[in-house]
Write a protein that binds this ligand. Structure first.
Ligand code: AMP
Length: 459
């Protein structure tokens, strides 16, 4: 399968070649023909599979073939995304491809002054990449006219539901014309995703790319058991001894991210934090510094990190495990991108063992354990009362855990000496079994009307 055989025009073939893409990824090979056919699409694809180009390329090509003559154009493609960072990443690709075909695209997200966005929209735009809340704001003010939208893309739809955007999405859909092509991309298929698809899509074609995506396949994972109080020390040790040039570190809270950043700086390791309390301009600047290699460590919270696309990011560290097991899959998707090998390491203290058990249940496999001589493993009896309570809750799992843990360590002996190197490539990929919890998903189910997007007018 080649990009030529997918029917892409010369300009876009030039653009993908310039990106260094030689063959389409599975999601691209399957989705591009369906989109060219004009069908609605429900695609199961995780981050790192190449899904952005899978919808951006055909949309850009089709928009360019049928261009309105007027100068002040209204958007004809709308991509809804969960976060500003993903908006930036998708918008960058839309611009890269669209520029070659004289299409204009822009991104719209909250947390920044609305005036500049209004001006850009006023000048005329073909493609809008937006977070739902701010776009709704524009639609309600009348500063964006959505009646000419031909393509609606919901990217990382599961994450949008997770973040409580369901009502905003459905409300935005009420501004759209009934005749349009709808594409929904989601890493997981929960009941709420199916309801959203029922509401917005019209007889969609289904595509599910193998869970063995670029990211998961290329990622070696390891767990380093460590006492909570020694995590920062262990992180500095791994970075130094492993000569890690660049690492993305996940903290659970904004406070924790800032604290860790200060501590790393104190250790002489150039680091900066990125989270939702930082202004958008600071986040953009920090990310740019990291991409230029001026920062060795980027400490991020889950929401801030969603959508970060950093070429060849070699290391991801879970400094703290997320309360949401699915976040683990998203986090490790930040490394091993675009066929590059990546290493995802989790520093796990006794209190986090129940969370680790949840993650492994979701993955359906055990992440190999690693040890470093300087950081002896924490004996179980030293766990806090919280840990013990949690252990009681996961009774039964604990035993299996211990057994698997032992075998993981044995297998790793040769590699243990080399701090910072992963234990082994699992060769397995995450197969989320559990559906993602959605905070406001009931809204979708409860809506009495059929296909919102087909109502044509606002209720
Ligand atoms: P995405 O899933 O859209 O976030 O893409 C993940 C990564 O895959 C990005 O770094 C893309 O540049 C890269 N990518 C997309 N398509 C291809 C391709 N056909 N070959 C190699 N890398 C690709």
């Amino acid at each position: 399968m080649s990009f030529e055989s997918l029917g892409l025009c010369a300009e876009l073939l030039g653009a993908v070649a310039a990106q260094g893409y030689t063959t389409p990824t599975p999601i691209q090979a399957q989705a591009i023909p369906v989109i060219f056919e004009g069908c609605d699409l429900l695609a199961g694809a995780q981050t790192g599979t190449g899904k952005t180009a899978a919808f951006a390329l055909p949309i850009v090509q089709m928009l360019s073939q049928d261009r309105p003559r007027k100068k002040r154009r209204n958007p004809r493609a709308l991509v809804l995304v969960p976060t500003r960072e993903l908006a930036a990443q998708v918008s960058e690709q839309m611009q890269r491809y669209g520029r070659r075909l004289s299409l204009r695209s822009t991104m719209i997200y909250g947390g920044v002054n609305i005036r500049a966005q209004i001006e850009r929209l006023h000048r005329g735009i073909d493609i809008v990449v937006a977070t739902p809340g701010r776009l709704l704001d524009h639609a309600e003010r009348g500063t964006v006219k959505l009646t000419e939208v031909e393509f609606l893309v919901l990217d990382e739809a599961d994450r949008m539901l997770d973040l409580g955007f369901i009502d905003d999405i459905l409300h935005v859909a009420e501004f759209l014309p009934s005749q349009r092509q709808n594409l929904l991309f989601s890493a997981t298929y929960s009941q709420s995703i199916r309801q959203l698809a029922d509401e917005l899509l019209d007889q969609p074609r289904h595509i599910e790319v193998a869970r063995r995506n670029i990211a998961a396949d290329a990622v070696s994972q390891a767990v380093y058991p460590v006492e909570r109080s020694r995590k920062r020390e262990m992180l500095s040790h791994l970075i130094r001894k492993g000569n890690w040039e660049q690492v993305l570190v996940f903290a659970r809270t904004r406070y924790g991210a800032d604290k860790l950043t200060r501590e790393l700086l104190f250790d002489g390791i150039k680091a900066a934090a990125i989270h939702s309390n930082k202004s958008q301009s600071l986040r953009t600047r920090t990310l740019a510094e990291f991409k230029r290699g001026e920062l060795r460590v980027l400490v991020a919270t889950d929401v801030a990190a969603r959508g970060l696309d950093i070429e060849r990011l070699p290391h991801v560290v879970n400094y703290e495990l997320s309360q949401v097991p699915e976040d683990y899959v998203h986090r490790i998707g930040r490394t091993g991108r675009a066929s590059e090998d990546g290493v995802a390491i989790s520093l796990v203290c006794p209190a986090e063992l129940p969370l680790l058990a949840e993650i492994e249940k979701l993955l359906t496999y055990t992440i190999p354990r690693q040890a470093i001589a300087e950081f002896p493993q924490v004996p179980a009896k030293r766990g806090s009362s919280r840990t013990l309570r949690a252990k009681q809750k996961t009774k039964g799992q604990g035993k299996a855990q211990t057994g698997r843990k032992a075998s993981g360590v044995t297998k790793s002996k040769k590699l243990q000496a080399k701090a910072g190197k992963p234990l082994a490539k699992t060769g397995q990929s995450p197969t989320p079994k559990k559906t993602m919890a959605t905070r406001r998903s009931d809204g979708a189910a409860a809506r009495p009307t059929s296909k919102t997007g087909r109502r044509g007018s606002r209720s």
